[in-house]
Design a protein around this ligand. Structure first.
Ligand SMILES: Cc1cc2nc3c(=O)[nH]c(=O)nc-3n(C[C@H](O)[C@H](O)[C@H](O)COP(=O)(O)OP(=O)(O)OC[C@H]3O[C@@H](n4cnc5c(N)ncnc54)[C@H](O)[C@@H]3O)c2cc1C
Ligand SMILES: C=CC1=C(C)c2cc3[nH]c(cc4nc(cc5[nH]c(cc1n2)c(C)c5CCC(=O)O)C(CCC(=O)O)=C4C)c(C)c3C=C
Length: 486
């Protein structure tokens, strides 16, 4: 039977779901419902007339692994190969990543030399913890915080400084609350399978990952050792290209400014009420809304599900894009992260003009930086997120650039964005929550699939893959003949 499928939420997850649904002959209609005036969600780039590009959300995607290949395959299908900007593994932005500890920048140890020697801010060579790790017995708990896991297996110093910072630079979150099982599945699986992270990395943890056939572009990324990619006109180019491609398909409708107000199931069919009072029907809903937003539109009868959805927290991040005249940085690299013990409210600074100088304005040299603040510490740093002023946030960012990087000149351009609830927090027990929710959906035969950043990974790659998994779970994998059938 052919189905009408509604995809709710037009971020990169929803667009990816539609992209894959649109390849299937088993779907009679795909309707994408996006509440805001544009698709793309957190993929949001400001493009200035003078050629400068500033990212408010993601600024780089990793090309590695099956999910990395899958995203590059989509880039290739959209004909965006010539738009790619890349950073290779031998580029300074890949080699130099810094931590700001005790008022100073420290280059993160890399390569054999970095692991064998004592490198500040660490008090002993990392190799000590790595060798000891293989002798530490397996944990007994079904889940553990990232901090507890790393303290137990490696060292509390690595957990306090390096892992604390890493969790702030991926989840804007607190490693004492985040789950190792859900945030870093390869570490958890390595311990389960081999009793050691090191042995798991060396010998593999079994189970394998998803099977993705690499496109020529994905193969190129491996052969040329890319570590990160972006797009010439910014990451927003990707949702724009996806949306344009969907609009060319007869069976797909894309709606902006279409906020879903409620979902009610009647006789196995969803009735979707929109904020403007209109309703539409769908045989199946793929939700890529943040978990709490989905909870607020589901019917009261789905209370066991909404309770679990509401428990998936999210963090607010203040993002400040800054542009300076000339080259003002004392070091060169991807950027620096700040551990929570140093300054809880200041997550770190990305040196955008080092990784992607192509995004600098035309004409004279400039330095582009992004200061990220808040996250799990937002209220502690700024108070109520609805009341904080742009000036307060800007002042805090420019002060950090002065004290961390010695930049005394004022920025020539700046833009402040408060990204409310922008990044899900996979707290301890997240896996159990997912299991409960999916069991509830299956037991109650709800024609509903959960996709997007709230569940199985927050990276752009993970979210694109979640859209594909949701689509293929519903309509199966496409056969080659049905591709481009519209
Ligand atoms: C500051 C920042 C930096 C990041 N950096 C990176 C990075 O460098 N690399 C990387 O891989 N990832 C990065 N990420 C993560 C990644 O960008 C996100 O996890 C991903 O974009 C989330 O996509 P999504 O489709 O799941 O959700 P969203 O982008 O949140 O999309 C959900 C959509 O649903 C819509 N919506 C909400 N409610 C309704 C409703 N009721 N009805 C209809 N529509 C609704 C919203 O308007 C939105 O468009 C970053 C994220 C942030 C915030
Ligand atoms: C809201 C979440 C994020 C904040 C805040 C953030 C800040 C931040 N990140 C870096 C450095 C890197 N981030 C990288 C990838 C990456 N960043 C986020 C989210 C936030 N970053 C995500 C979800 C991802 C994807 C992770 C993945 O699994 O692919 C990377 C590249 C990855 C790598 O090669 O290690 C870097 C580098 C800084 C300096 C920073 C400052 C606050």
């Amino acid at each position: 039977m052919q189905k009408i499928v509604a995809v709710v939420g037009g971020g990169i997850g929803g667009l990816s779901a539609c992209h894959h649904l649109s390849k299937s002959p088993n779907v009679s209609k795909v309707v994408l419902l996006e509440g805001s005036g544009r698709c793309g969600g957190w993929l949001n780039s400001t493009r200035r007339d003078d050629g400068a590009v500033f990212e408010h959300g993601p600024r780089g995607v990793r090309p590695a692994g099956a999910v990395g290949w899958n995203a590059l395959n989509m880039v290739s299908e959209l004909g965006l190969e010539t738009e790619i900007l890349l950073v290779t593994k031998d580029h300074v932005a890949s080699k130099n990543r810094f931590l700001y500890v005790k008022g100073q920048l420290h280059k993160m140890p890399s390569g054999p030399g970095g692991v064998l020697r004592t490198i500040s801010p660490f008090s002993r060579p990392i190799i000590h913890s790595v060798l000891k790790e293989m002798l530490v017995s397996k944990g007994k708990d079904e889940d553990e915080s990232v901090h507890a896991f790393v303290s137990r297996r490696l060292s509390s110093e690595l957990a306090d400084i390096a892992i604390d910072s890493l969790c702030r630079g991926v989840f804007a979150g607190d490693c004492r609350q985040l789950s190792v099982r859900s945030c870093f599945p390869p570490l958890y699986k390595a311990e389960r399978a081999r009793g050691s992270i090191v042995l798991g990395m060396l010998m593999g943890s079994g189970g394998g990952g998803p099977n993705v056939v690499p496109s020529e572009l994905a193969k190129r990324a491996s052969e040329e050792s890319w570590s990160l990619w972006s797009l010439k006109r910014g990451m927003q180019t990707l949702p724009e290209a996806l949306e344009n491609s969907l609009r060319r398909r007869e069976r797909v409708e894309v709606h902006h400014n279409t906020c879903v107000k409620s979902l009610t199931l009647q006789g196995g069919v969803w009735e979707i009420k929109l904020e403007d009072g209109a309703t539409l029907k769908a045989d199946h809903v793929i939700s890529t809304l943040p978990a709490s937003a989905l909870a607020s539109v589901l019917p009261p009868t789905a209370q066991p599900l909404t309770e679990q959805l509401r428990a998936i927290a999210s963090a607010t991040v203040a993002v400040v894009n800054l542009e300076y005249e000339g080259f003002v940085l004392p070091v060169t690299g991807f950027g620096h992260l700040v551990p929570s013990s140093e300054d809880p409210g200041l997550l770190g600074v990305v040196y955008d003009s080092v990784s992607f100088p192509q995004h600098n304005r035309n004409g004279g040299p400039t330095t582009r930086l992004t200061v990220m603040m808040g996250g799990a510490w937002f209220e502690q740093a700024f108070g109520n997120r609805h009341e904080v002023t742009q000036q307060t946030v800007l002042d805090r960012a420019t002060r950090a650039v002065t004290s961390h990087l010695g930049v005394t000149s004022p920025p020539v351009w700046s833009l402040v964005s408060i990204l409310k609830n922008c990044i899900p927090q996979y707290h301890l027990g997240h896996w159990k929550r997912l299991e409960k929710m999916r069991q509830y959906i299956s037991k109650n035969n709800l024609p509903l699939t959960l996709a997007g950043a709230s569940y199985d990974g927050v990276s752009v790659n993970d979210v694109i893959f979640s859209g594909r998994t949701a689509a293929e779970g519903l309509v199966g994998k496409p056969d080659l003949q049905s591709l481009n059938s519209d």
